[in-house]
Ligand binder design. Structure first.
Ligand code: UDP
Length: 239
C-alpha cells in the first residue's frame, strides 16, 4: 500500500515513555530534541506529519485507578499529562524553525488550539506539524486509539508507531533470544495472537478502515524519516 514517494501524510505516534529517555518519569530534553530533528527532516522532504503524543511518562490512568482513584478522573489526569509532552515537542520543533500547532481535545486556549480536523489539515498543507494532545478527550481510550482515529479523520495514509523495539515479534525479544520478528502482519493475527502492536481498540479501528500501522524502533537514527518515506522498516500491519 506504500506510495513511491512515501505516505504523503502520516500520523506519528510517540509514547510518553520515549520522552522520559532512560528514566521512568519526566522529560529528557535530549530525546525530545532528537525526535524534533527527525520530524523536521521528514517535513523538509515534503511529508505532512501529525503527531499524537502519549503520556505514560506523566500519569497513566491505570496506575492511578488501581490505587483507588475514580477511573474517569485518573484518565483525565493521564490526558492532561500528554499535553505537557506536546508543549515540549512544540518547543524543540520551533527552535528548528518548523512551524507547529498543538491541538487538544480538552480545551485550554492559552496553550493550544482546539482540535478542529479541517483546520489541522490546513496546517499540514502549509507544512506545519500538528501535535495532537489530550488523547480523544474521553476516558477508557488510549493515545494509540487516538492516533488511529486522528489518522482516519485527517486522511493520513498510515499510523507510524515509534517504539523501543525494531518491530513486532512472536515473543518478547528482550527476554527470548529466539524471538522471531514479523515483517508483515494481518490485523487478525495481531488480535488473535495478542501481539503487542497497539491496544485492541486501536487495532480494530485500523482493521475496519484498512489503515496501515508501521511499528519501528524510534531511537535508531534515520528511522523516523525512513518510516515517513514508506521504506520497508520494522513491521507493517496492513490489509
Ligand atoms: N487517556 C484517556 N483517553 C484517551 C487517551 C489517553 O483516558 O483518549 C489517558 C489514559 O489514562 C492513559 C493516559 O491518558 O493511560 C496516557 O496515555 P497512554 O497510556 O496512551 O500513553 P502512552 O502509553 O502512549 O505513553
Amino acid at each position: 500500500p506504500m506510495h513511491e514517494q512515501g505516505w504523503g501524510r502520516v500520523v506519528l505516534k510517540l509514547s510518553g515513555e520515549a520522552f522520559a529517555g532512560g528514566d521512568q518519569l519526566g522529560i529528557a530534553p535530549e530525546v525530545v530534541e532528537y525526535i524534533a530533528a527527525a520530524v523536521a527532516d521528514a517535513v523538509s522532504e515534503g511529508i505532512e506529519v501529525a503527531v499524537v503524543v502519549g503520556g505514560g511518562n506523566m500519569f497513566r490512568g491505570q496506575a492511578l485507578y488501581a490505587g483507588g482513584m475514580e477511573r474517569g478522573r485518573a484518565d483525565y489526569m493521564g490526558m492532561l499529562g500528554t499535553v505537557i509532552n506536546c508543549l515540549a515537542l512544540q518547543d524543540f520543533l520551533e527552535r528548528l524553525g518548523i512551524e507547529t500547532r498543538v491541538q487538544t481535545s480538552i480545551h485550554m486556549s492559552q496553550v493550544a488550539e482546539a482540535y478542529i480536523p479541517r483546520r489541522a489539515v490546513r496546517h499540514l498543507q502549509k507544512g506545519r506539524v500538528v501535535i495532537f494532545g489530550a488523547g480523544l478527550g474521553a476516558p477508557f481510550f488510549s493515545t494509540d486509539t487516538t492516533a488511529a482515529q486522528r489518522a482516519l479523520e485527517i486522511g493520513a495514509k498510515a499510523v507510524l508507531k515509534g517504539t523501543q523495539v525494531d518491530g513486532v515479534y512472536d515473543s518478547d525479544p528482550r527476554r527470548n533470544p529466539h524471538a522471531v520478528k514479523f515483517d508483515r502482519l494481518d490485523y487478525n493475527d495481531v488480535l488473535t495472537r495478542g501481539l503487542k502492536v497497539m491496544d485492541a481498540t486501536a487495532v480494530s479501528l485500523c482493521m475496519d478502515n484498512g489503515l496501515p500501522i508501521v511499528v519501528f524502533d524510534l531511537m535508531t537514527r534515520g528511522n523516523i524519516v525512513r518510516a515517513t518515506r514508506g521504506e520497508k522498516i520494522g513491521t507493517i500491519v496492513c490489509p
